[in-house]
Design a protein. Structure first.
Ligand SMILES: C[S@@+](CC[C@H](N)C(=O)[O-])C[C@H]1O[C@@H](n2cnc3c(N)ncnc32)[C@H](O)[C@@H]1O
Length: 282
């Protein structure tokens, strides 16, 4: 039976309310219908009593079913906004998080002149592309161990026409022998392997290799902090995103490796989220 825009939205809202809070259910229903019909929110409001064509109703129902099975909205739409950039995402990539914008802001504050920048574990390219966009004179190298993620990052780089970004397949620094940078940034995996959140909500759908980092969640951070001094120019900075409860451990790791000016920044939710430090050659 043919249904109007408002009928479809109402049914979807009720079903989605089983999965997410009511306020989000309403927004998600609209997002899925806007995506299906390729219209904006104003159009939906102005055409509430329009009958939706049968094919579009089927497409919408298909997207809704995927969402009801828990698949994250970003994977269903195929994109996510990050730091003002529209980025393609697939199940090969982590979905960029608002928390990571804290890292980008901190990095931009260090860029007073063109720098050589490295993004470790680039995923969609979120951090690297945001930095390259806002610091067009700087050169950004972005690496990932996942070929699938690198394909998505390359697509995003190409769409944004960012010629100051080089993408490389590398296990952390493995493909970067003899290369040094002024600024190294990373949002590495940092969740404890046994954390039950990995099997809940959106995380179930994201690549485990982008999330889990050994028993204490610090395996990758430990490796990056230990190896970074070999790839930092004198006075260069290393900035790492980490779990809300890992700041003290990360500060210790920086200290042991001989970094100076260690500082932790808080994210939008007021959690300690990014720890940075400077490498000074004595
Ligand atoms: C938490 S995700 C971050 C993705 C992206 N930077 C962001 O902030 O949205 C971590 C990324 O590190 C990559 N990764 C995991 N282990 C790696 C390794 N040994 N070397 C390079 N990249 C790795 C994963 O493939 C994933 O893309």
């Amino acid at each position: 039976m043919s249904q109007t825009v408002q009928q479809l939205l109402q049914t979807a809202r009720q079903q989605l309310a089983q999965l997410v809070p009511a306020s989000e259910a309403s927004i998600e229903a609209q997002i899925l219908l806007m995506h299906t019909l390729d219209v904006n929110r104003a159009w939906l409001l102005a055409h509430a009593t329009d009958v939706v064509p049968e094919k579009s109703t089927q497409d919408f129902t298909h997207l809704l079913q995927r969402r009801l099975q828990g698949e994250p909205i970003a994977y269903i739409l195929g994109y996510r906004e990050f730091f003002g950039l529209k980025l393609a995402v697939t199940s090969d990539t982590l979905i960029p998080r608002p928390d990571t914008e804290t890292l980008v802001e901190a990095a931009l504050q260090k860029i007073m002149q063109p720098l050589q920048i490295l993004d470790l574990g680039t995923g969609t390219g979120a951090i690297a592309l945001a930095l390259a966009w806002h610091a067009p004179q700087s050169q950004v190298t972005a690496v990932d161990a996942s070929e699938g993620a690198l394909r998505v990052a390359e697509k995003n780089r190409h769409c944004l026409q960012l010629d100051n970004v080089t993408l490389l397949h590398s296990h952390w620094f493995s493909a970067l022998a003899n290369q040094a940078f002024d600024l190294i940034v990373s949002n590495p995996p940092y969740i404890e392997a046994a954390d039950q959140h990995l099997s809940q909500g959106d995380l179930r759908f994201e690549p485990l290799s982008a999330l889990a980092a050994g028993e204490d969640g610090l395996a990758d951070i430990r490796q990056i902090i230990t190896q970074a001094p070999g790839h930092l120019n004198d006075g260069g900075w290393l900035m790492l995103e980490h779990g809300y409860n890992q700041a003290e451990a990360v500060q210790n790791l920086y200290q042991i490796a001989g970094f100076e000016h260690i500082q932790t920044l808080r994210d939008l939710g007021d959690n300690p989220r990014v720890t940075l430090a400077q490498w000074l050659v004595i």
